[in-house]
Design a protein around this ligand. Structure first.
Ligand code: MN
Length: 292
């Protein structure tokens, strides 16, 4: 077993707004240091670091838009988001909740701050991750997994100095609630100051750590400050996180799909021809209908 080292500590780049409700730092891809395939099957990660939204009668967010060919995973740390999609599904995700939407063969959805939350305003902090699908699964029907905080499996450390919330995959035998198309581990590590946690993933799994609260040290070598992401190298299997202060860390690791990626806007396919087809299908109204 070899140590998995840190390849890059990525600092948050200039934020931009997605619609008027999400102020995000884009971590995947990350300029020339990390293209869309480097963290395959995770092809996009937008991080809304903690940001205060003033009260608004009109909920802020993103209006009706399509997705095809992958899954969007929204992890809420602060604030509340309301989703609706063209299959009729929808729901509210609040602090600690996760929404795993499989767009697959095409869906329309909209994402807004929840109405009552919006009226009060407050701190807002979320991650949106795009998980790619193998070609055969891009053809499957859309679905929606609403994972409430209370239903997330947890691994508790014996000294009670930390918890690993297993959203998908497994940690030391504790299995995650989300079903995935390819092998994926997605955890929220909550570590008290001074505590540590070990992780083990196959070397070829693409792995990264995003520091949501506090700050950490990886392998007693690399410091990863708040709102930074550590891209882990594919050189080994095991690594250790130390919490320099009370910390929350999003841990993502997955088996690469290793298929060509043809992406444009909200569509992620395998070839240019399929992208053109996706746009044509969307324009023909094949993704269904969703009211603004
Ligand atoms: Mn979307």
């Amino acid at each position: 077993m070899n140590i998995k080292n840190v390849e890059l500590v990525a600092s948050p780049r200039e934020p931009h707004f997605v619609g008027d409700g999400f102020r995000v730092h884009n971590f995947i891809p990350y300029g020339y240091r990390m293209d869309m395939s480097r963290m395959d099957p995770f092809i996009m990660l937008d991080y809304n670091s903690k940001f205060h939204f003033s009260p608004s009668e009109q909920p802020r967010g993103v209006g009706v838009h399509p997705h095809k060919g992958f899954e969007t995973v929204t992890i809420a740390y602060k604030g509340k988001v309301e989703h609706h999609d063209s299959s009729g599904a929808g729901g509210v995700i609040g602090e600690g909740d996760v929404q795993w939407m499989t767009a697959a063969n095409g869906v329309l959805h909209k994402e807004f701050h929840e109405k009552e939350w919006s009226k009060k305003g407050g701190d807002f902090q979320m991650v949106q991750l795009w998980v790619n699908l193998p070609a055969k699964d891009k053809k499957s029907n859309p679905k929606y997994q609403s994972i409430q905080s209370a239903s997330i499996s947890r691994y508790m450390f014996e000294d009670l100095k930390g918890t690993i919330e297993v959203i998908a995959g497994d940690y030391k035998g504790v299995k995650g609630s989300a079903s995935t198309f390819t092998p994926i581990h997605l955890f929220n590590g909550k570590l008290n100051k001074g505590s540590k946690a070990q992780f083990e993933f196959p070397a070829h799994y693409n792995t990264a750590l995003l520091v949501i609260e506090g700050s950490i040290n990886v392998n007693e070598k690399e410091e990863v400050p708040l709102d930074h992401m550590a891209l882990m190298a594919n050189d080994g299997e095991v690594f250790e996180i130390h919490a320099n202060e009370d910390a929350v860390v999003l841990i993502l690791s997955g088996a690469p799909i290793n298929e060509p990626i043809a992406a444009h806007g909200p569509f992620v396919m395998n070839t240019k021809e399929e992208l053109v087809e996706a746009f044509n299908d969307y324009n023909k109204g094949k993704f269904g209908y969703l009211e603004d």
